[in-house]
Design a binder for this molecule. Sequence first.
Ligand code: AMP
Ligand code: MN
Ligand code: MN
Ligand code: MN
Length: 328
Amino acid sequence: MDQLVANQQLWYAKCITMIIGLTIDHFSGHGCAPIIRPMKGVADLHSHSRYSDGTLAVSELVTLAKSRGVNLFALTDHDEMRGLEEAKRCAHEQGMAWVSGVEVSAQTNSTAVHVLGLRVDEHDAGLHDALHKTREKRKHRAQRMSDSLAAAGIADAFQGALAYAPNPDLISRTHFARHLVDSGVCGSFGEVFSRFLKPGKPGYTPHEWQPMTEAIALIHGAGGRAVLAHPGRYELDPYSGIDGLLRTFTDAGGDGVEVVCAAHHPSEWAQFGALARKYGLLASIGSDFHSHAESRVKFGDLPRLSPNLKPVWHDWPEAECLYVKSNA
Ligand code: AMP
Ligand code: MN
Ligand code: MN
Ligand code: MN
């Protein structure tokens, strides 16, 4: 009889262990268990200033984010960290929690990707050197793009784009797009990219960005977390698709993925949330704000991350402002 009771107890114990295990697995996303804490604050960890292809000065950008209710904010200019000190100072002056960031251009196989470095040390020499090299290569690329546009009948596009780049060290396709719209060649940004600036189009020239593995290592070297920006926006390998990209990113040591961002349709937020959990990646959120005229959402208008996801800021002291304080 005692043996029967003991067996029964063992069976109960096994069942309970299994249920707990399944529950943990269900919420863990393969080792990425979320810490479910009620949130009251707004995080926005992706934005651009005039130091890259945004149109607002750093102080205007920070003031705008603050006025729209953002509590935890990051400036993430493309391949450039010159705005970070000023942005940090402005954020602190306005009582907004601050994260130093950068959006690093990279590639994996032949896919160009953007890796956000979040909470990086903005003085890290290795990251500075690598970004400097990327900016130099951008200049040569811009010249090649201009030559290619000239061959398609559009003269002097380099000078035209440069006039739209307040930081002449950072020329991007966005500056070409602004020039082509304002000079009347195209009616909209969408038209510029679909007619000229995308792979296979007359103004596009192939370019070698640094390998994604190196970009991740550089961000880690600067003490930051590497987050794959807007995963829904890439020209993916048709065979391996988004799963292949996220697997490669995870295997390369990537930490997180932008789940909620303006570049995605709301229906994609759940899809990328599920993929973050599948690959054990931390989740991030950002508007990718560039300008009032060009941005799809305003600061503060994106929905919060699902509580089933582990946020990229889960262990950052400055992110405490996002949470409801428990009285315990
Ligand atoms: P680049 O880093 O020089 O290749 O330029 C990429 C930038 O161009 C992105 O950060 C966006 O700001 C902008 N961009 C890329 N594709 C589009 C598009 N289809 N419509 C509008 N802007 C785009
Ligand atoms: Mn941009
Ligand atoms: Mn980007
Ligand atoms: Mn961006």
